[in-house]
Every structure is written in structure tokens, then in C-alpha cells.
Design a protein around this ligand. Sequence first.
Ligand SMILES: [Zn+2]
Length: 124
Amino acid sequence: MNVIFHTVSAIGVVAMVTDTSIVKPDNYRAVTTVATIALFAAVFFHGVLDYMPHCYPVHSKWDVVIGLCIIATGTILVRKTYRLIVVAAFAGCILPDIIDLLPAISNKYMGWEIPIMQPIFPGT
Ligand SMILES: [Zn+2]
């Protein structure tokens, strides 16, 4: 699945799990709890998106560049109170692909010989 689609789903996860009446600057426990929920929810929705029939409307290099720009912009522009939640959601939305696909991509583009294992997250 596209990096852009996964990053957009992370934004949806942040909106879904962040209750601004509970997550306050002085309530670090609430922030970390919501960030943990955001991480696992983003991984879950990554799996849902990967299992849905999909196409690749953007070239993979531009997909990665635009996706990383969305992640950087979202992380920089968000209020400091919510930054951990946003970072956790972005991390969760790309984590399955990093775990399963990064060795093969690194081998292809860097000429490395990292052993390729069976995917942990099927459908990546
Ligand atoms: Zn995937």
C-alpha cells in the first residue's frame, strides 16, 4: 500500500483517539496512554488498508517523498502536547512496511545482502 495512504490513515487515527478534554499538557500519563493506543491502532489500520484492494496511483519514489513530507509537516506543526501521539501514529502506520520491506529495499538500492525473512505482517 501507498505511504501516502498510510500517513493519511495515521492522521485519522490521531483524530480518532485524541480526546482534547483528557489530553492536557500536564497529564503526561494520558498523553503516553493515548500515544500507545495510537501506535497500535495505526498498525491495525495499516493491515486493514493493505488487505483492501488498492492500486498505486503515485510513483513509489514520489510516494515515499510525499509521505515523508506529510510526516515531517504533521510532526512539526502539531502542538507540543499532542506531538508524541502524532509521532506514535505515524510510526505505527509505517512500521509494518519498515519491518517487512526495508531489508529487501535496502538490498536493492544499497547493494547490501541483508537476509530476507518471511513477512511478519502479511499483505504488506
Ligand atoms: Zn503495508
